[in-house]
Write a protein that binds this ligand. Structure first.
Ligand SMILES: Cc1cc2nc3c(=O)[nH]c(=O)nc-3n(C[C@H](O)[C@H](O)[C@H](O)COP(=O)(O)OP(=O)(O)OC[C@H]3O[C@@H](n4cnc5c(N)ncnc54)[C@H](O)[C@@H]3O)c2cc1C
Length: 537
């Protein structure tokens, strides 16, 4: 039973990337409510590095990179994504990215995004660039955000491992902190935490609000202009993952926030919205930690990944989404288990890079006591501990060591692309906020990323199929309007980010596409509600 009703112009469901759309709506004088299921603002966006793949945007131009009239970027995106998303969606994304950043940079909280050189993920694709098209927001001091600073979700290392965030807010937390301040400063923005969308209210064929639960109370929130569903994906909904995925996924291994359980997707489906790409996710290889759960793993230099048959199956250094998809596809088609896979390396790799995000911090004993990291004096013993055939494992290593000698990984071409090399300072990378993660290479190997596996002791860590959000969802048009089964927009309903079927289809074109999509489509939704809907077309 609904006991309370309130009316706004716009309701945004979810406080991740949708917060930017909320700001845009509020900045146009629209009374805008953001409801957030949890007690914290930011969702998975707050966990992120806040890279935004926005070709042609002003920060790129300031860095001397001109994507001109976006033709090159359009070619790159179109050739890659093909028909796995609508072409008008792809164009809307590109156009919106430029316009949004121009607009945001007018606001004091969003001034001066910076370019960070992250090569596009498909370097041989027409239109790909070495410098990439990714921009980042600058850090901000927690003190500048005042009472709002504690509302921002902390990072995964802080939530799970108790790392101190310190006085500076960076990455996705900075983006969220800045968006929250800009939104509230409009004077038209209301934030309601611990308030979860349950269903959509439809009257006369139009979505006019949401039924929600707020602090245990059922409430009806009305929106005269529109409802923007920006509630992330369904990465944490085991039932939906099982239903849509070709391989068993429960959601437990996702790196998305636990509150992303597909509520908005289901509310949209209930009122007749169409969906697409529901078997897709922004897949990643996850490295199991001592707490038994994975974190986003990228930047492998030494060692190899092997499946349950002891065979190498992937270029371990390629963009994470491609490795994630390789695990997913192998799991679905080969009959051999690839999740878990085993990251096998030697003592030299262990001493040089450690295993966590911060090699300098060393490797705590709990890595071994928890079983997250296994150690053996000989390869034979290691094979036995991890349960893979020794002959196959040693054959895989011998073959890989042969590639190390020639410098050419004939099977998977490891270390050959700018992206592979970027993580090891072989390609300029200084402006990237994650630069502490990078270990510069001093080596005389013919291919510094194909390092032979040498003397023991030997180690094995566990790699599992993980993700940073699902990417299937509600179908939208170029104005972020949710489409019904008949292909026509459902009046009053919009979707963005991982609640919508991704404009990038089954592909991850470059660093910052997920959050880019969250920002761009919540922006387009806000513009449409404000009567400026043609802007992205
Ligand atoms: C470590 C890490 C690094 C990453 N780095 C990048 C990067 O640099 N660039 C990039 O583009 N992507 C990155 N990603 C991926 C990216 O962060 C996510 O895919 C993206 O942020 C999802 O944005 P969103 O707005 O769709 O959802 P979210 O940011 O997750 O926001 C959704 C919000 O909706 C709330 N919600 C859910 N259900 C309801 C409901 N019923 N009612 C009300 N609220 C609800 C959730 O609690 C959540 O706060 C990274 C991810 C991780 C984990």
């Amino acid at each position: 039973m609904t006991t309370n009703e309130e009316t706004f112009d716009v309701i945004v469901v979810g406080s991740g990337g949708g917060l930017v759309g909320a700001y845009v709506a509020a900045s146009r004088g629209l009374r805008t409510l953001v409801i957030e299921k949890t007690g914290l603002v930011g969702g998975t966006t707050a966990y992120s590095g806040a890279g935004l793949w926005f070709p042609g945007s002003a920060p790129l131009k300031r860095a001397g990179i001109d994507d001109g009239d976006l033709e090159e970027a359009r070619t790159y995106l179109r050739d890659l994504v093909g028909d796995s998303s609508r072409e008008d969606l792809q164009n809307a994304y590109l156009n919106a990215g430029v316009a949004l950043i121009d607009e945001l940079e007018q606001n004091r909280w969003f001034q001066s995004f910076v370019h960070g050189p992250v090569p596009d993920y498909y370097p041989s694709q027409p239109g790909a660039t070495l410098h990439g098209r990714t921009i980042f927001p600058p850090s901000v001091l927690a003190a500048e955000l005042g009472d709002n600073a504690p509302l921002i979700r902390t990072s995964i290392p802080s939530e799970r491992f108790g790392y101190d965030e310190g006085p500076e807010i960076n990455g996705g937390r900075a983006l969220i902190g800045r968006a929250l301040m800009a939104f509230l400063e409009t004077g038209n923005g209301v934030l309601r935490l611990n308030t979860a969308l349950e269903s959509l209210v439809v009257e006369g064929g139009k979505v006019v609000g949401v039924d929600a639960v707020s602090g245990g109370q059922n409430i009806r929130l009305r929106a005269t202009g529109g409802v923007i569903l920006a509630a992330g994906g369904y990465e944490r909904n085991g039932e939906l993952r099982t239903k849509f995925s070709a391989v068993p996924i429960t959601g437990e291994y996702s790196n998305g926030v636990v509150s992303n359980t597909g509520d908005a997707l289901q509310a949209g489906i209930t009122i007749g919205a169409d969906t697409d790409l529901l078997d897709e996710a922004w897949f990643i290889p996850g490295l199991i930690q001592p707490d038994g759960l994975p974190v986003f793993h990228t930047g492998t230099r030494g060692g190899i990944f092997v499946n349950a048959a002891g065979e190498r199956f992937v270029n371990e250094t390629q963009p994470y989404d491609q490795t994630g998809h390789a695990i997913y596809n192998a799991e679905a088609t080969t009959g051999v288990s690839h999740s878990p896979a085993h990251w096998v390396f030697d003592q030299m790799q262990f001493e040089r890079d450690g295993i966590g995000r911060d090699p300098a911090a060393g490797v705590d004993a709990e890595w071994f006591t928890s079983g997250a990291l296994k150690k053996a004096d000989t390869l034979e013993e290691l094979a036995q501990i991890i349960g893979v055939p020794f002959e196959a494992l040693s054959r895989s290593i011998e073959e890989f060591n042969g590639y190390a000698e020639s410098g050419v990984d004939e099977k998977f071409h490891r270390g050959e692309t700018p992206w592979d090399q970027m993580f090891h300072h072989m390609v300029g990378f200084a402006a990237h906020p994650e630069q502490n993660y990078i270990v510069p290479i001093e080596t005389d190997l013919p291919n510094p990323l194909v390092v032979p596996i040498g003397e023991g002791p030997y180690y094995a860590a566990t790699i599992v199929l993980s993700d940073i959000g699902t990417k299937g969802g509600l179908k939208t048009d170029a104005r972020a309007r949710v489409l019904g089964q008949d292909g026509r927009p459902i009046a009053g309903l919009y979707a963005s980010g991982n609640t919508m079927a991704a404009m990038s289809g089954s592909v991850y074109p470059g660093a910052g596409t997920p959050i880019g999509s969250s920002l761009a489509f919540s922006y387009l939704a806000a513009l449409d509600i404000a009567g400026e809907g043609q802007a992205g077309e």
